[in-house]
Design a protein around this ligand. Structure first.
Ligand code: AVJ
Length: 322
């Protein structure tokens, strides 16, 4: 008889992912989604306000300025589902505009319960919008929304803030294809992508003068200490941002200042770091417009309209499932 399937608890999954990433031969790595615990989500909110980091402001400027134009491309009877809502702040303009035509339900999907609570508080004053938060992985949440679809209803998926860039190519196109497989023809996806810009500007954006991004990155080690009973000495690691010209992404790493050994008790693991060795914690891909077109078409979408911010090159693309 086959063994019963093990249902992984979130804590076990966290331990398993951390353990696998730190035992990789060659480059050690940690999944960037774990940057967003309660403290990490708050630090990202602060990053969004930094003068060097224009990405979130560009996203919000576009959504605010073009909410009406965007609305004209969306069917009236629509369920709105957002992958990684964060604080929900930039989503306000779309929800206000769409809900003036007709009442609608909004499903923010987040692995962070704290972020969901913040999002609900931020947006609960909008009349004619019902908010149903789902504490799930993105695709699990989207499947649940699709299961609630009534006859004749469409889905609008919001995937903003260039979170897609954290899935390095070709994983980005694969992920969009998985979204496409859950949708039906005529459903829409509003996709935000950060565009290529001069390398010094990118480095400043990910290595800010106040050290907020450094704190955001180091918090991942602090989180492992808190949740997995580990003994990372934070002052023995430093935050690094670098541009990988081969993959055209900004990478965040944590560099060990000396040879050291760290115990992660709840993962049953002891790891040694050489002096100068890094843990790769995030990739933030920077797109060209041609690359966005190729990616979305390969995933089964047609680009219906696109809006671009000039101040901080960033694109919102409205895609329709074919
Ligand atoms: C939230 C994924 C868009 O990649 O720019 C900010 C996260 N990392 N500073 C990004 C982040 C470092 C951010 N995204």
């Amino acid at each position: 008889m086959p063994a019963p399937a093990l249902v992984e608890s979130p804590a076990n999954q966290f331990a398993a992912d951390i353990s696998a990433g730190l035992q990789k031969a060659g480059q050690k790595e940690l999944p960037s989604k774990y940057l967003y615990d309660t403290l990490g989500s708050k630090l990202f909110e602060v990053i969004s306000e930094l003068p060097e980091y224009g990405l979130t402001r560009a996203d919000e400027r576009l959504l605010r300025a073009y909410a009406h134009e965007i609305m004209h491309h969306i069917p009236r009877d629509v369920m709105v589902c957002e992958l990684g809502s964060g604080s929900g702040r930039k989503t306000r303009w779309i929800l206000e505009t769409l809900s003036r035509r007709r009442r609608l339900d909004y499903f923010p999907i987040e692995i962070s319960a704290t972020a969901l609570a913040v999002c609900r508080r931020e947006l609960s004053d909008i009349e004619s919008v019902g908010i149903v938060g789902l504490e799930r992985e993105y695709l699990d949440g989207l499947l649940e929304v699709a299961a609630r679809r009534r006859d004749g209803q469409h889905i609008l998926v919001l995937f903003l803030g260039s979170t897609i860039g954290n899935f390095s190519p070709p994983a980005d196109a694969n992920f969009l294809h998985e979204i496409r497989m859950i949708l039906q023809p005529g459903d829409s996806l509003l996709l935000g992508t950060d565009l290529e810009k001069p390398i010094p500007q990118l480095i400043d954006a990910y290595q800010d003068a106040l050290g907020v991004t450094a704190a955001f990155n180091l918090n991942l080690l602090a989180r492992i200490n808190r949740e997995l009973d580990a003994d990372f000495a934070l002052e023995q690691f430093e935050h690094i941002a670098k541009f990988n010209a081969g993959t055209r992404g900004v990478e965040m790493h944590l560099r060990s200042k000396l040879r050291q050994t760290v115990a992660i008790r709840r993962a049953n693991l002891v790891v040694t770091f050489e002096e100068g060795e890094t843990i790769w914690t995030e990739n933030s891909h920077k797109y060209s417009l041609a690359e966005v077109s190729r990616m979305v078409e390969a995933a089964g979408f047609r680009c219906q309209a696109q809006w671009i911010d000039r101040e901080w090159p960033f694109a919102e693309s409205l895609l329709v499932a074919e």
